[in-house]
Design a protein around this ligand. Sequence first.
Ligand SMILES: [Zn+2]
Length: 261
Amino acid sequence: MGIAWLASRDNEAKGQPAKLPGPRPSPQPPQPSPPSTQGLRGPPGEPMEPVIIQRHGGGGTGPQGTRRPGDLRGATVHFAAGTQGGELENVLYELKKAGLDYNAAVPRSGKIVELMPPSAIAPHAHVAKGAGHSVAGSNNRHTLGLAFLNTGWSPRERPGWIPGPPPPQNVLERALANRVISSTDIDQVWWEPYTVPQLEGAARYLAKVFFEAHVLQPEIWGHGELAGWKADPGPAFPMVRFKRRVQELIEARKLAARKTA
Ligand SMILES: [Zn+2]
Protein backbone atom coordinates (compact mmCIF):
# COMPACT_ATOMS: atom_id res chain seq x y z
CA MET A 1 0.00 0.00 0.00
CA GLY A 2 2.94 2.29 0.63
CA ILE A 3 3.87 2.20 -3.02
CA ALA A 4 0.28 3.00 -3.98
CA TRP A 5 0.43 6.18 -1.94
CA LEU A 6 3.63 7.17 -3.70
CA ALA A 7 2.05 6.50 -7.09
CA SER A 8 -0.92 8.64 -6.07
CA ARG A 9 1.36 11.52 -5.17
CA ASP A 10 3.16 11.23 -8.51
CA ASN A 11 -0.13 11.44 -10.40
CA GLU A 12 -1.12 14.38 -8.29
CA ALA A 13 2.07 16.26 -9.19
CA LYS A 14 1.12 15.93 -12.85
CA GLY A 15 -2.32 17.36 -12.13
CA GLN A 16 -4.08 14.05 -12.70
CA PRO A 17 -6.53 12.48 -10.29
CA ALA A 18 -4.92 10.06 -7.88
CA LYS A 19 -5.37 6.45 -8.98
CA LEU A 20 -4.78 3.30 -7.04
CA PRO A 21 -3.69 0.08 -8.74
CA GLY A 22 -6.56 -2.02 -10.03
CA PRO A 23 -7.07 -5.74 -9.29
CA ARG A 24 -4.52 -8.20 -10.74
CA PRO A 25 -5.55 -9.92 -13.99
CA SER A 26 -7.51 -13.04 -13.13
CA PRO A 27 -9.81 -15.48 -14.96
CA GLN A 28 -12.56 -14.68 -12.47
CA PRO A 29 -14.86 -11.64 -12.77
CA PRO A 30 -13.46 -8.52 -11.06
CA GLN A 31 -14.12 -8.34 -7.33
CA PRO A 32 -14.81 -5.11 -5.46
CA SER A 33 -11.64 -3.64 -3.96
CA PRO A 34 -11.09 -4.15 -0.23
CA PRO A 35 -11.61 -0.96 1.81
CA SER A 36 -7.88 -0.46 2.29
CA THR A 37 -7.35 0.30 -1.41
CA GLN A 38 -10.09 2.90 -1.74
CA GLY A 39 -7.87 5.83 -0.92
CA LEU A 40 -9.08 8.80 1.04
CA ARG A 41 -12.55 8.81 -0.43
CA GLY A 42 -14.98 6.51 1.35
CA PRO A 43 -17.81 4.64 -0.41
CA PRO A 44 -20.66 6.83 -1.73
CA GLY A 45 -23.28 7.65 0.88
CA GLU A 46 -20.95 6.90 3.76
CA PRO A 47 -21.54 9.25 6.70
CA MET A 48 -18.84 11.87 6.91
CA GLU A 49 -18.84 12.30 10.67
CA PRO A 50 -15.56 11.63 12.44
CA VAL A 51 -15.41 9.31 15.44
CA ILE A 52 -14.21 11.48 18.35
CA ILE A 53 -13.15 10.23 21.75
CA GLN A 54 -12.92 13.18 24.15
CA ARG A 55 -10.07 13.00 26.56
CA HIS A 56 -9.79 16.64 27.57
CA GLY A 57 -7.11 17.23 30.18
CA GLY A 58 -5.74 13.74 29.68
CA GLY A 59 -3.01 14.63 27.26
CA GLY A 60 0.32 16.28 27.67
CA THR A 61 1.15 19.54 29.39
CA GLY A 62 -2.24 21.19 28.76
CA PRO A 63 -3.39 24.34 26.90
CA GLN A 64 -1.25 27.49 26.80
CA GLY A 65 -4.29 29.77 26.43
CA THR A 66 -7.58 30.25 24.63
CA ARG A 67 -8.04 31.44 21.05
CA ARG A 68 -9.81 34.74 20.45
CA PRO A 69 -12.61 34.81 17.85
CA GLY A 70 -11.01 34.83 14.40
CA ASP A 71 -7.69 33.41 15.63
CA LEU A 72 -8.17 29.97 14.13
CA ARG A 73 -6.85 29.75 10.55
CA GLY A 74 -5.92 26.14 10.04
CA ALA A 75 -4.00 23.15 11.32
CA THR A 76 -0.42 21.95 11.68
CA VAL A 77 0.16 18.25 11.03
CA HIS A 78 2.70 16.32 13.12
CA PHE A 79 3.75 12.77 13.66
CA ALA A 80 4.14 11.73 17.26
CA ALA A 81 6.27 8.68 17.79
CA GLY A 82 6.98 8.87 21.53
CA THR A 83 9.70 6.41 22.47
CA GLN A 84 7.79 3.15 22.05
CA GLY A 85 6.59 3.11 18.46
CA GLY A 86 3.83 5.68 18.26
CA GLU A 87 1.47 4.21 20.86
CA LEU A 88 -0.98 6.69 22.41
CA GLU A 89 -0.24 6.21 26.12
CA ASN A 90 3.50 6.43 25.58
CA VAL A 91 3.13 9.53 23.37
CA LEU A 92 1.06 11.28 26.08
CA TYR A 93 3.62 10.37 28.73
CA GLU A 94 6.43 11.77 26.58
CA LEU A 95 4.43 14.94 25.81
CA LYS A 96 4.03 15.69 29.49
CA LYS A 97 7.75 15.27 30.06
CA ALA A 98 8.57 17.54 27.10
CA GLY A 99 6.05 20.28 28.02
CA LEU A 100 4.11 19.79 24.79
CA ASP A 101 0.54 18.98 23.85
CA TYR A 102 -1.75 18.68 20.81
CA ASN A 103 -5.39 19.48 20.21
CA ALA A 104 -5.92 15.92 19.03
CA ALA A 105 -4.12 12.66 18.41
CA VAL A 106 -4.93 10.50 15.40
CA PRO A 107 -4.34 6.79 16.07
CA ARG A 108 -3.95 4.38 13.14
CA SER A 109 -7.60 3.32 13.63
CA GLY A 110 -8.73 6.82 12.59
CA LYS A 111 -10.71 7.35 15.82
CA ILE A 112 -9.77 10.85 16.92
CA VAL A 113 -8.62 11.33 20.52
CA GLU A 114 -9.42 14.98 21.26
CA LEU A 115 -7.03 16.13 24.00
CA MET A 116 -8.43 19.65 24.35
CA PRO A 117 -11.19 21.63 22.61
CA PRO A 118 -10.38 23.36 19.30
CA SER A 119 -10.69 26.72 21.10
CA ALA A 120 -7.71 25.87 23.33
CA ILE A 121 -4.19 26.75 22.19
CA ALA A 122 -2.01 23.65 22.29
CA PRO A 123 1.78 24.01 22.64
CA HIS A 124 2.55 21.89 19.58
CA ALA A 125 4.78 23.79 17.15
CA HIS A 126 7.76 25.89 18.05
CA VAL A 127 9.34 28.40 15.72
CA ALA A 128 12.73 29.13 17.27
CA LYS A 129 15.26 27.21 19.30
CA GLY A 130 16.82 28.72 22.40
CA ALA A 131 19.43 27.24 24.70
CA GLY A 132 18.21 23.69 25.05
CA HIS A 133 14.56 24.53 24.63
CA SER A 134 12.12 25.73 22.00
CA VAL A 135 10.14 28.96 22.01
CA ALA A 136 6.48 28.90 21.04
CA GLY A 137 5.42 31.18 18.22
CA SER A 138 2.08 32.60 17.09
CA ASN A 139 1.59 29.47 15.01
CA ASN A 140 0.00 27.70 17.94
CA ARG A 141 -2.58 30.45 18.35
CA HIS A 142 -3.63 30.15 14.71
CA THR A 143 -3.44 26.41 14.06
CA LEU A 144 -4.79 23.28 15.66
CA GLY A 145 -2.07 20.78 16.49
CA LEU A 146 -2.91 17.39 15.06
CA ALA A 147 -0.61 14.48 15.97
CA PHE A 148 -0.71 11.37 13.83
CA LEU A 149 0.54 8.32 15.68
CA ASN A 150 3.34 7.32 13.34
CA THR A 151 6.94 6.44 14.06
CA GLY A 152 8.41 8.49 11.23
CA TRP A 153 11.46 6.94 9.61
CA SER A 154 13.81 3.99 9.86
CA PRO A 155 17.32 3.58 8.40
CA ARG A 156 16.40 -0.01 7.50
CA GLU A 157 13.83 -1.27 5.01
CA ARG A 158 10.59 -2.47 6.61
CA PRO A 159 7.67 -4.23 4.90
CA GLY A 160 5.24 -1.70 3.45
CA TRP A 161 7.30 1.34 4.41
CA ILE A 162 7.98 3.99 1.82
CA PRO A 163 11.52 4.74 0.61
CA GLY A 164 12.29 8.44 0.66
CA PRO A 165 14.83 11.13 1.45
CA PRO A 166 16.42 11.22 4.91
CA PRO A 167 15.18 13.64 7.62
CA PRO A 168 17.04 16.95 8.24
CA GLN A 169 20.70 16.81 9.28
CA ASN A 170 20.07 17.65 12.96
CA VAL A 171 17.60 14.74 13.20
CA LEU A 172 20.26 12.45 11.69
CA GLU A 173 22.85 13.75 14.14
CA ARG A 174 20.56 12.95 17.07
CA ALA A 175 19.95 9.48 15.62
CA LEU A 176 23.73 9.04 15.34
CA ALA A 177 24.19 10.07 18.98
CA ASN A 178 21.47 7.56 19.97
CA ARG A 179 23.18 4.88 17.81
CA VAL A 180 20.12 4.45 15.60
CA ILE A 181 22.44 5.00 12.63
CA SER A 182 26.20 4.57 12.30
CA SER A 183 26.77 7.50 9.91
CA THR A 184 24.80 10.61 8.89
CA ASP A 185 25.95 10.09 5.31
CA ILE A 186 22.80 8.32 4.05
CA ASP A 187 20.67 9.28 1.09
CA GLN A 188 17.63 7.04 1.64
CA VAL A 189 15.51 5.96 4.59
CA TRP A 190 12.09 4.25 4.97
CA TRP A 191 9.02 6.11 6.23
CA GLU A 192 6.03 4.52 7.96
CA PRO A 193 2.91 4.83 5.81
CA TYR A 194 -0.13 6.59 7.25
CA THR A 195 -3.22 4.37 7.28
CA VAL A 196 -6.24 5.22 5.14
CA PRO A 197 -8.62 5.30 8.18
CA GLN A 198 -6.13 7.61 9.89
CA LEU A 199 -6.06 10.07 6.97
CA GLU A 200 -9.82 9.92 6.44
CA GLY A 201 -10.59 10.24 10.18
CA ALA A 202 -8.35 13.29 10.47
CA ALA A 203 -9.83 14.91 7.35
CA ARG A 204 -13.36 14.43 8.71
CA TYR A 205 -12.38 15.84 12.09
CA LEU A 206 -10.76 18.94 10.61
CA ALA A 207 -13.68 19.52 8.22
CA LYS A 208 -16.12 19.40 11.16
CA VAL A 209 -14.05 21.72 13.37
CA PHE A 210 -13.34 24.24 10.62
CA PHE A 211 -16.91 24.27 9.33
CA GLU A 212 -18.25 24.87 12.84
CA ALA A 213 -15.66 27.65 13.41
CA HIS A 214 -16.50 29.26 10.02
CA VAL A 215 -12.97 28.66 8.77
CA LEU A 216 -14.06 27.61 5.31
CA GLN A 217 -10.67 27.66 3.56
CA PRO A 218 -8.26 26.45 6.21
CA GLU A 219 -4.48 26.53 5.84
CA ILE A 220 -2.87 23.16 6.52
CA TRP A 221 0.83 23.00 7.29
CA GLY A 222 3.30 20.23 7.91
CA HIS A 223 5.39 20.91 11.02
CA GLY A 224 8.56 20.59 8.92
CA GLU A 225 7.32 23.38 6.62
CA LEU A 226 7.19 25.74 9.60
CA ALA A 227 10.35 24.54 11.29
CA GLY A 228 13.13 23.34 8.99
CA TRP A 229 14.77 21.23 11.69
CA LYS A 230 11.65 19.04 12.04
CA ALA A 231 11.02 15.96 9.91
CA ASP A 232 7.27 15.59 10.49
CA PRO A 233 4.92 14.61 8.99
CA GLY A 234 7.51 13.47 6.41
CA PRO A 235 7.33 12.40 2.77
CA ALA A 236 4.93 9.50 3.51
CA PHE A 237 2.18 12.01 4.33
CA PRO A 238 0.03 12.67 1.22
CA MET A 239 -0.33 16.39 1.91
CA VAL A 240 -1.90 17.44 -1.41
CA ARG A 241 -4.56 14.72 -1.25
CA PHE A 242 -5.16 15.39 2.42
CA LYS A 243 -5.74 19.13 1.93
CA ARG A 244 -8.04 18.39 -1.00
CA ARG A 245 -10.05 15.88 1.07
CA VAL A 246 -10.50 18.34 3.97
CA GLN A 247 -11.73 21.01 1.54
CA GLU A 248 -14.05 18.51 -0.17
CA LEU A 249 -15.61 17.58 3.19
CA ILE A 250 -16.07 21.26 4.10
CA GLU A 251 -17.86 21.83 0.78
CA ALA A 252 -20.09 18.81 1.52
CA ARG A 253 -21.01 20.31 4.89
CA LYS A 254 -21.76 23.68 3.30
CA LEU A 255 -24.04 21.99 0.81
CA ALA A 256 -25.84 19.97 3.49
CA ALA A 257 -26.35 23.11 5.60
CA ARG A 258 -27.86 24.95 2.61
CA LYS A 259 -30.25 22.07 1.96
CA THR A 260 -31.57 22.04 5.51
CA ALA A 261 -31.74 25.86 5.78
ZN1 LIG B 1 5.91 18.14 15.09
